[in-house]
Design a protein around this ligand. Structure first.
Ligand SMILES: *[C@@H]1O[C@H](CO)[C@@H](O)[C@H](O)[C@H]1NC(C)=O
Ligand SMILES: *[C@@H]1O[C@H](CO)[C@@H](O)[C@H](O)[C@H]1NC(C)=O
Ligand SMILES: *[C@@H]1O[C@H](CO)[C@@H](O)[C@H](O)[C@H]1NC(C)=O
Ligand SMILES: *[C@@H]1O[C@H](CO)[C@@H](O)[C@H](O)[C@H]1NC(C)=O
Length: 302
């Protein structure tokens, strides 16, 4: 986007600013009605759960159960956690549900790079391109965030049906909880989001300068031929729980091949609130990769 030149007259600056704003708003966000002729089939669904905290298993299970209820086709489930005793708990639980799943696996993975680090380790073992639809969820600590995210992503068969329907549209490569999707580098928290998470101010930038600097450092690790896209093409699904097209063209090519390098640069035993580390950048890389290559991120609500 062009910048409004300093030398412009007053009303020209205003007109220029309005134009910029409109350009921002005109970016595709919600898909236009789907052409029935191009509907894609959603057959296999892969659920990737990062469940470090067993106290929250109930909600993870509810999502798995909703997917099985909503989807007629095969469902595979991959659960990661940080130690063997928790893994055993999940295994004994999923054994009882196994007849409804095509395949399931509980793995103890390295505590690297928070939930996304665990997710990337899972993806390296179980490639996403086996699935038309991938669901990524984790036992996010913040309760208000977690409840909203799961309710609007997977906690009921109705919302799962909506997600699978959205992914039948070839334009849609990703779907997230309605109020937690932010597009463009200038995005701040919205009032709707603040009402949900009870934050004190909406003046929280989703792409602060230091995080953008971390994105600049992390982007080449993805092995992309193109440089980090312009700020207006930045995207984030806050909370990092989402649906994703398993063979999204945005992830084709070098994404998986470069995951080991990306993972190697992520922090061991990551602690939340350690601002501006690579994890904060990585949270924004996947949605930005999808959005900047022309894929739409659908907004789901229960
Ligand atoms: C598995 O966990 C879910 C959620 O906590 C629970 O509802 C279900 O009864 C458990 N199943 C078994 C067999 O333990
Ligand atoms: C395994 O992880 C759980 C949950 O974080 C924790 O409560 C438990 O103490 C851990 N057990 C071992 C053996 O490290
Ligand atoms: C993948 O990496 C190779 C080598 O670094 C590069 O030539 C190619 O353009 C990259 N592909 C994409 C889609 O970025
Ligand atoms: C981290 O990324 C750099 C490239 O910037 C790479 O050379 C290095 O091998 C990576 N580290 C690990 C441990 O993978």
């Amino acid at each position: 986007m062009r910048r409004c030149a300093v030398g412009l007259c007053g009303s020209c600056v205003v007109a220029c600013a309005v134009l910029q704003l409109r350009q921002l708003q005109l970016l595709p966000e919600d898909p236009s009605p789907m052409d029935p002729a191009v509907r894609m089939d959603v057959s296999a669904v892969g659920i990737y759960v990062q469940a470090a905290n067993p106290a929250l298993w109930n909600q993870m299970y509810q999502c798995i159960d909703s997917v099985v209820q909503a989807h007629g086709g095969p469902v595979d489930v991959f659960v990661s956690t940080l130690n063997e005793s928790v893994a055993e708990l999940y295994r004994s639980n999923l054994t009882a549900a196994s007849s409804r799943l095509r395949r399931w696996e509980v793995q103890v993975l390295e505590n690297r790079g928070a939930d996304l680090g665990q997710f990337f380790q899972q993806v390296l073992r179980e490639p996403m391109d086996q699935y038309e639809a991938v669901l990524k969820i984790h036992t996010k600590k913040l309760e208000l965030w977690r409840n909203y995210i799961l309710e609007n992503l997977c906690a009921s068969p109705a919302v799962v049906k909506r997600a699978l329907e959205a992914l039948k549209d070839p334009k849609v490569h990703m779907a997230g909880p309605k109020e937690f999707i932010f597009l463009g580098g200038k995005a701040t928290f919205s009032q709707a989001m603040c009402d949900i998470i009870q934050c004190r101010t909406t003046k929280v930038q989703l792409f602060p300068k230091q995080t953008v600097q971390a994105m600049e450092r992390a982007w080449p690790l993805l092995g992309q031929a193109v440089p980090l896209p312009p700020a207006r093409r930045f995207a984030i699904v806050a909370g990092s729980c989402f649906w994703l097209r398993g063979h999204s063209t945005a992830l084709a090519g070098n994404f998986t091949a470069n995951l080991p390098r990306l993972l190697g640069n992520m922090t061991l035993a990551y602690r939340p609130r350690s601002a501006h580390q690579i994890e904060h950048a990585v949270e924004r890389l996947l949605p930005t990769l999808v959005y900047s290559s022309g894929g739409l991120i659908a907004r789901l609500s229960a």
